[in-house]
Design a protein around this ligand. Sequence first.
Ligand SMILES: Nc1ncnc2c1ncn2[C@@H]1O[C@H](COP(=O)(O)OP(=O)(O)OP(=O)(O)O)[C@@H](O)[C@H]1O
Ligand SMILES: [Mg+2]
Length: 314
Amino acid sequence: MNISELEQSLKTVRILVVGDVMLDRYWFGSADRISPEAPVPVVRVSQTENRLGGAANVALNIVKQGAQVTLLSVRGEDQEGEELESLLRANGIDSDFIIDKKLSTTIKTRVIARHQQLVRIDFENSPTHEVLDQTLERYSALLNDVDVIVFSDYGKGGLQHITQMIAEAKKAGICTLVDPKGADFEKYRGASYITPNKVELRDVIGPWNSEDELNEKVYSLRKNLELDGVLLTRSEEGMSLYQSENVSHFPTTAQEIYDVSGAGDTVIGIVAVLLASGCDINQSVTYANRAAGIVVGKLGTATVNFSELFSQGD
Ligand SMILES: Nc1ncnc2c1ncn2[C@@H]1O[C@H](COP(=O)(O)OP(=O)(O)OP(=O)(O)O)[C@@H](O)[C@H]1O
Ligand SMILES: [Mg+2]
């Protein structure tokens, strides 16, 4: 497949992203005085910015490749939830939100003055059971119209039914990718690929002292959980793909590092669209690694578009 065939093929690709969404908010301002009320700076906000976070950022990375994406998630019945929805719409992402009246939409607000983050303020709580049951129903309805499913677990409780969701997809012959979180990976049983970072993997298999020990540990994890593969993202060391008897290493392509946050969202998003467009797993991971290398070199934004990613030939 050449690049223009790939570009065409990507337009027909349909991805479902399920998971925890959040609104990343930035308040920029000046801090010229100390508050008379408490020994803290007073920030006079001059600029605000909202960005898509969590599963919404994964969806954004996918849509930037020209693919079609539906985001299934839960939000609160609040202004921030509406902001999130309109930001998604503005970016061409089809969102399917179940509204939980008891939930505050997850928001992470950073207050930044003099290029320094002074504080981060989080609003979050877990969705209720009834709402999560509704999510499962919607999922079953959406399942038949997609090529690949991405689960973006940020540990906020939106993926309570993930084991059942993976099983349904498997039965329907649909490839599933999981960005995992937490000490128990049992819930991801039967997924096609999981994409932990080093800390997430260590929390589950314990520390390793050599590559051989790591290979063995990942081998048994993969076998126990009936996964096709484990894609370990290793920050400055790039990534490693573990499948049956094989392990392949992909060194990072990053030239400059400005902002590493969100690189994991790029990795899983790119692997998903490329697998869906017919690339094999090694090609998909090669490009995902290149994409991650590009986004870590960008200040502020955390996505890469099709032409940037494929401009380097092959
Ligand atoms: N410091 C770095 N130097 C070079 N490449 C990096 C660096 N950090 C990340 N990358 C690239 O981004 C990929 C994903 O990064 P990482 O392993 O940190 O994932 P993550 O911890 O899930 O990221 P996130 O912050 O999105 O959760 C790496 O496999 C690598 O290709
Ligand atoms: Mg991550």
